[in-house]
Design a protein around this ligand. Structure first.
Ligand SMILES: O=C(O)C[C@H]1C=CC(=O)O1
Ligand SMILES: [Mn+2]
Length: 372
């Protein structure tokens, strides 16, 4: 008998962060994960996660909209359908619903987790096989205080946890931000690479001034300096400076990637399951980038362990990423809802090797942190 999808439950899970995480558009004191539990008629449960940053501060989906739109619109499209044909189920969601890429990503992840468990294969094997089993992971310094950030960076270096750092700037005046970045880079010297993420905070004129100063300070990568939809401006910046531009909010999926590449962008793309609607969509973007000679970077929306593991399975199938990954989401959270956390060591993280995502929920922790 064909295995079908029987039930899909969604849970809002609030976890405190280890310290305030200050971005240009919001300061996070907690993270809300939307956890999907998808049960199939063969008794297998698939897990998925949809997560964004700061409610509606980061993008058009909030944790509450992700849950509501799965419950109301997306789950009914899947329930009763055969479990194993993920291409058909993706097409069904795309045909009947627009946008909501984080919600779709959570569901696709749950489908892949279940299929992997069913076949006894890790998700990366379902995607053709892992080329890496240990991936580099950077850390974001975003305490809002220069000296605290420097102490935090040295701690991470000494623990051999991270040797690349991303600084979140754009909330303060340009000169203050540049001073903050330059002080951190000067303190770390050659021990670490330092990059910045503006999260769209500058206009193009400000960006020209700010990026020149950041380049002079030895910054290695400048992420999303100007608003997402200003593709022409981003391309001008990528041509103007030696320091490469990393497109994040500007590049959601393969279509954006193709447009940017065809219009002359050079630099790198931040890949995120949340932007591209799941593992297949994000790999389509990665393949466009590869064809265009654009560098890859494994990005996060600060997902917990389930979403982070899903991303790792996708990144593991790619050639080495020019800019590594930022899959540190679980390390920013005070606690976890899984029985065995991901293993972070030697400046990176291990790819889980058990079937599916390789992650098991801790039911007590899940109940404790779930809303309602
Ligand atoms: O890159 C972003 O825009 C989102 C995210 C990734 C790391 C972090 O601290 O925030
Ligand atoms: Mn970013």
């Amino acid at each position: 008998m064909t295995t079908v999808i029987e039930t899909i439950d969604t849970l809002l899970v609030d976890l405190p962060t280890i310290r305030p995480h200050k971005l240009s558009m919001t300061t996070m004191a907690r993270q809300t994960l939307v956890i999907v539990r998808m049960r199939h008629s063969d008794g297998i449960e698939g897990l998925g996660e949809g997560t964004t940053i700061g409610g509606l501060a980061y993008g058009p989906e909030s944790p509450e909209s992700i849950k509501r739109n799965i419950d109301t619109y997306l789950a009914p499209l899947l329930i009763g359908q055969p479990s194993g044909n993920i291409n058909t189920l993706r097409a069904r969601m795309a045909r009947h619903t627009r946008g909501n890429m984080i919600a779709k990503s959570a569901l696709e992840t749950a489908l892949l987790d279940a299929q992997g468990k069913r076949l006894g294969l890790p998700v990366s094997d379902l995607l053709g096989g892992a080329r890496h089993t240990h991936l580099p992971v950077l850390w974001t310094l975003a305490s809002g205080d220069t000296h605290k950030d420097i102490d935090e960076a040295f701690q991470r270096l000494d623990d051999r946890r991270h040797c690349d750092f991303k600084l979140k700037i754009g909330a303060n005046a340009v000169d203050d931000d540049v001073r903050h970045v330059a002080a951190i880079k000067a303190a770390l010297g050659d021990r670490a690479s330092v990059r910045v993420d503006l999260n769209q905070a500058w206009d193009e004129r400000t960006a020209v001034r700010g990026i020149q100063a950041l380049q002079d300070a030895g910054i290695e990568l400048v992420e999303q300096a100007i608003p997402a939809r200003e593709h022409a401006g981003l391309i001008r910046l990528s041509r103007r400076f030696n320091v490469p531009m990393l497109a994040d909010e500007s590049v959601q999926d393969a279509r954006d990637g193709l447009d940017l590449a065809c219009a002359g962008f050079s630099g790198a793309f931040a890949l995120k399951l949340a932007k591209s609607g799941g593992l297949y969509g994000v790999l389509e973007l990665a393949h466009v980038a590869q064809a265009a000679g654009i560098g890859l970077y494994g990005g996060t929306l600060l997902e917990g362990t389930i979403g982070t593991a899903a991303s790792l399975h996708a990144w593991a199938t790619l050639p080495e990423m020019a800019w590594g990954t930022e899959m540190f989401g679980p390390l920013l959270l005070e606690d976890d809802i899984v029985t065995a956390p991901l293993e972070y060591h030697e400046f990176g993280v291990d790819l889980p090797r058990l079937p599916g995502l390789g992650i098991t929920l801790d039911e007590d922790k899940l109940a404790h942190y779930s809303r309602g």
